[in-house]
Write a protein that binds this ligand. Structure first.
Ligand code: PAN
Ligand code: ZN
Length: 183
């Protein structure tokens, strides 16, 4: 396998040499708590960008690492802040490391009924142990940019995306966020 080289500009959040994937509102159907607010936003602009994932990873998977840069746009559906779908890894023993580059966010970690929220700001490093589902939420008003690394053959299990027990909402007429139960 040849060395792979990409760049991430820490100031602008622009990447080069990484493969881009995007998630728009229509791909996040069923995930936000307020279905009426979601329908309204979808009607306005179904292809509104919520987040992008940039990947640097070799084709062959075994024994390799994959790295990603995620950029979550600022925004809400109703009061709920924009987030990533969230997942577990198909290979359950997969751990992952996150490094926040820009913006303000929360990392929601969940293992069965055990839920943690970790504040993400530039420089925050989080080790996500195996078997903890993870979703990232942009609680700021600028893009949230973070870098992550895991084994390249980990795979993704998105069944976790509908099972998070907490939701992060914007405070009424206020700066900041509050954490609510999902159900
Ligand atoms: C991250 C996430 C990325 C997008 O690279 O995949 O932030 O989130 P979803 O995959 O939940 O849509 C990661 O945790 N990789 O394992
Ligand atoms: Zn992950």
């Amino acid at each position: 396998v040849e060395p792979l080289i990409g760049t991430l500009d820490f100031d602008s959040g622009k990447t080069d040499g990484l493969k881009r994937e995007q998630k728009t509102l229509r791909e996040l159907s069923g995930l936000f708590a307020d279905e009426a607010a979601f329908a309204l936003e979808l009607a306005k602009d179904p292809s509104r960008l919520v987040y992008e994932v940039f990947t640097l990873q070799p084709d062959e998977n075994a024994a390799h690492l994959a790295c990603h840069v995620t950029i979550i746009q600022p925004g809400t559906v109703g009061k709920e802040f924009f987030f990533t779908k969230g997942h577990l890894h198909q290979i359950q023993e997969t751990a992952e490391i996150y490094l926040c580059i820009k913006g303000t966010g929360l990392l929601l970690l969940q293992r069965e009924s055990d839920v943690r929220t970790v504040k993400m700001q530039p420089g925050t490093i989080v080790y996500i142990p195996p078997r903890w589902a993870h979703r990232t939420i942009n609680i700021g008003d600028t893009p949230l940019v973070f870098f992550s690394v895991h084994r390249a053959d980990a795979g993704y299990d998105y069944r976790a995306s509908t099972q998070f027990l907490k939701r992060i909402l914007k405070k009424h007429n206020n700066e900041g966020y509050e954490i609510h139960n999902s159900f």
